[in-house]
Design a protein around this ligand. Structure first.
Ligand code: SAH
Length: 347
């Protein structure tokens, strides 16, 4: 791999330090930052307001790198899924979900995943490696530039693609800080959601370091069931998870989002619904009920819609905000838990 690092992995302050060591004026950093994150340049020579000498020095020290698009699939509901190839040939997927008032990009944080949740297709893969911050930010930059021609805009980010973001903590924190920069990608903390299976010791750190929205993959409120569905529960059980969440700093009326995938006959009984209500007592919460998205060879079946609605009535009836998540992009296997980065599968 080329040893010159990618622009997209740097914080603005770091570029500022480097350029001032080179004797450049501070406003140059903003010009270059804007080429990277706003004008979405792909070549250093596009930076026409930067002198030739400075550009030469930039070329010796940095480069633009984007993942290569292997395939691009458009769903009937206008969801877009990209299979992206990284510099070393491994692949990840990103998904864009347009809605009336916003556009959400679901980004991956790892190639594969180490969690092995048995209902998740990504979970059937081993972890190949963590993504770098540049590769995480690269997904956003690529999607923004791809979509801008169609008048579509990425306004929201969910770290809900392949991988467990809290097992790639440093790169994820760096990438989120880069996305937050108000003079760059400018995606606010309210518009970024990090989804985790519940890496308890890291929850305190996320609250302190980032203050983004938190989504937690709960899926069961009994340890014996959750041990099976989310094996990480054997390390950090429900009691530990609840303790950590009670201490999560929730700013200005925000809530924790709880993801609960409904699996027929496994976690969708009335008793489970009442247990969920009891578990969430005292936590400002929003419940996201996710219809299970089947994939080839899965041992699980989706709960019938009537059962999902009944489950929602019980949970919602207790006063909890409860939504049934749309199955977006199902026809192109872009929905939750269907991302596999097919090239890796072929290895
Ligand atoms: N590792 C992180 C983020 C990736 S998974 C986490 O566990 O939260 C994103 C969400 O999709 C999680 O809530 C996950 O449990 C859910 N999911 C995984 N497979 C699914 C499937 N087949 N159908 C529906 N949701 C699924």
């Amino acid at each position: 791999m080329d040893s010159v690092p990618c622009f997209t992995g740097f914080l603005r302050g770091e570029l500022l330090d480097t350029f001032s060591q080179w004797g450049e004026k501070p406003f140059r950093t903003q010009q270059i930052w804007s080429w990277i994150h706003v004008k979405l340049a792909t070549e250093i020579d596009e930076m026409t307001d930067i002198s030739k000498e400075f550009r030469q020095r930039l070329k010796e020290n940095f480069r633009f790198c984007r993942p290569t698009i292997r395939t691009r699939q458009h769903s009937q509901d206008h969801t877009v899924k990209w299979l992206l190839e990284l510099a070393d040939g491994l692949c990840v997927e990103s998904v864009f979900i347009p809605e009336e008032d916003r556009g959400t990009l679901c980004v991956s944080s790892q190639v594969g995943c180490s969690l092995s949740c048995p209902f998740c297709h990504t979970g059937t893969q081993r972890l190949a490696r963590n993504l770098t911050a540049a590769e995480i930010v690269g997904q956003v930059i690529l999607a923004r530039s791809e979509l801008s021609d169609q008048g579509l805009r990425v306004t929201n980010i969910v770290l809900m693609g392949m991988g467990e973001p809290l097992f790639n903590y440093d790169a994820v924190v760096r990438a989120v800080r880069i996305m937050l920069d108000p003079n760059g990608l400018a995606i606010g903390t309210r518009k970024i959601t990090l989804s985790t299976a519940g890496v308890v010791p890291k929850l305190v750190d996320v609250g302190r370091d980032l203050g983004v929205n938190l989504a937690i993959s709960l899926h069961a409120v009994r340890d014996d069931i959750r041990d099976r569905l989310v094996p990480l529960n054997k390390r950090y059980n429900l009691a530990a998870l609840k303790q950590a969440v009670l201490h999560y700093p929730l700013k200005g009326g925000r809530r924790i989002t709880w993801e609960y995938v409904l699996l027929d006959g496994i976690n969708d009984s009335d008793e489970d619904a009442h247990g969920l209500v009891r578990f969430l007592k005292g936590i400002p919460s929003k419940v996201n009920l996710i219809p299970f998205n089947p994939w080839p060879g899965t041992p699980f079946t989706p709960s019938p819609m009537e059962k999902i609605i009944h489950f929602q009535e019980i949970v919602g009836g207790s006063g909890l905000v409860t939504v049934i998540r749309d199955r977006r992009g199902e026809d192109i296997a872009a929905a939750c838990g269907q991302l596999v980065g097919r090239t890796l599968m072929a290895l």
